[in-house]
Design a protein around this ligand. Sequence first.
Ligand code: ADP
Ligand code: MG
Length: 288
Amino acid sequence: AIPLVVAISTAVSAQNGLLIRNRTAFEESRKITAILFDKTGTLTKGEFGVTRIVSVNNQFNEDELLRLSSALEQSSEHPIAIGIVRKAKEKKIEIPKPVNFNAITGKGVEAEVDSRKVKVVSPGYLKEKNIPLPDDQNNNEAETVVFIIVNEQLAGYIALADEIRPESAEAITVFRKNNIKVLMATGDNEKVAKAVSDQLGLDGYFAEVLPHQKVEIVKKLQSKGAFVAMTGDGVNDAPALAQSDVGIAVGSGTDVAAETADIILVNSNPQDIANLILFGKATYNKMI
Ligand code: ADP
Ligand code: MG
């Protein structure tokens, strides 16, 4: 016979955008006391639009910066990459083929274009290399910014904007009612992380997080007694998903994340997690 929880969870998941891979995950979901969300594509839509392209030394103009960066980004699946390539196509820029493409985990991408060494990287990468931020970048604008480095020289930057999903606020209301702490870990910069956290009223956030640091965050929450659910989308998130008590891979994510997760969130919608928890609690209360 099929155990009752399994039968119920299958029915629930089918209707609610969830694929339950680990049969105990449904049962475990009612014990969750903290959820660590990734930002891009889960709490936000994950659709970055380019808002500004800025040359810092006038060696390359905006279109040239877009041409170089899109050459690299066409080989990346990151939402930032998709936004940059879309912009280049809109502007009918002919995107060159890069050589020796390499993804710098959690920091950006690099390759050679027109025999130049080009990198498109995070603010954290600049700090690491002791490259000062351009003056106009020390503002309080909550925008995602990636920097373009050509032959080890900072050439410019691209600012991008994403939007919060309307469903996120509703899901957070449910978590709050159930005494579940809502936290966010993102590779994006401090200002963007704070803006999203403030707008959604999160209990806390971690910005400029490198993939391996997510495991430590989950462990720390667990050591304080939390029963932790975590959402993640990348190959890099797999270890943290495995460490969490309920690992949730988002639908648009990679196969590796999905293989490590207990649950797959098909539509990347946080509300589906809220429904899972509510349904898990209601079912359990009926069974005892
Ligand atoms: P998140 O999933 O929270 O966005 P990631 O680890 O994927 O975090 O990325 C962290 C940061 O690294 C991004 O905010 C960006 O600054 C930089 N980055 C990652 N991938 C790319 C890429 N393809 N192009 C440019 N920047 C990137
Ligand atoms: Mg990611």
